[in-house]
Design a protein around this ligand. Structure first.
Ligand code: DER
Length: 235
């Protein structure tokens, strides 16, 4: 099975938890895309009805709109029944790294407002510790004096050999800009982050920081699709 087929299997399994009448947080990324497609399909087939979707990015907003999924936002629906979204890393305690797609702020807002948050991953996302895989841990920051903020982030985790890199897009290396008109600094650790809560607090205390990609104690269920089948992990 290809990685995308595994992502689709996990996504379809998660949509089985969707009931008619729900207000749904719609995730962002290649795995969540399958879940949003599936919700649109079930609505079209009349197997689901009066669903309201709260998209976690303009990209998901456009996808859901094209599928005819009725959309709203957190101002109108401050309490969300269920969110389904992917993740970049999942540790054994269901803590996540998210945001490599750059949507972490709206994802964390929507998923933080949910009664249930189902994470859908293929087995390659499972890690022992967050941040140790050498992949990026994203931090959304304001554009003003981004170098100053990036330096302060890097210094925070000096002993973890942390390197902070501004996320750029396109060939001319312009800074990537999020849906909220902010920048993203990716933190690269050469060993795992250790005390996640302490790291989270220290990052959020920096005045130029908007939000980071560690989703601690937020997932209620993680659905993992692997070669040997589907595993459902509950908090
Ligand atoms: O950027 C994000 O937060 C995405 O949800 C990411 O965590 C998972 O993206 P993927 O499903 O394309 O791997």
């Amino acid at each position: 099975l290809t990685q995308d087929e595994l992502k689709k299997i996990a996504a379809y399994k998660a949509v089985e938890y969707v009931e008619s009448g729900m207000v749904l947080g719609l995730g962002t990324g290649s795995t969540a895309k399958h879940a949003v497609d599936r919700i649109g399909e079930l609505l079209r087939q009349g197997k689901l009805h009066n669903i309201v979707g709260i998209p976690t990015s303009t990209k998901t907003h456009e996808q859901a709109l094209a599928l005819g999924i009725p959309l709203s936002d957190l101002d109108t629906h401050p309490h969300v029944d269920l969110a389904i979204d992917g993740a970049d890393e999942v540790d054994p305690f269901l803590n996540l790294v998210k945001g490599r797609g750059g949507s972490l702020l709206r994802e964390k807002m929507v998923e933080g407002a949910c009664r249930k948050f189902i994470v859908i991953v293929d087995e390659s996302k499972l890690v022992k510790h967050l941040g140790g895989s050498g992949l990026a841990m994203p931090v959304e920051i304001v554009p003003y004096c981004w170098k100053f903020t990036a330096q302060r982030l890097q210094r925070l985790f000096k002993e973890s050999g942390c390197v902070a890199k501004l996320r750029t897009s396109g060939e001319n290396g312009e800074p990537s800009v999020t849906d909220n008109r902010n920048y993203v600094v990716d933190l690269y650790f050469n060993k795992d982050i250790g005390d996640l809560k302490a790291a989270s607090d220290e990052i959020l205390r920096l005045p130029g920081v908007v939000e980071h990609g560690m989703f601690l104690d937020m997932a209620t269920t993680v659905i993992v699709a692997g070669e040997l089948g589907i595993t459902v992990k509950n908090k």
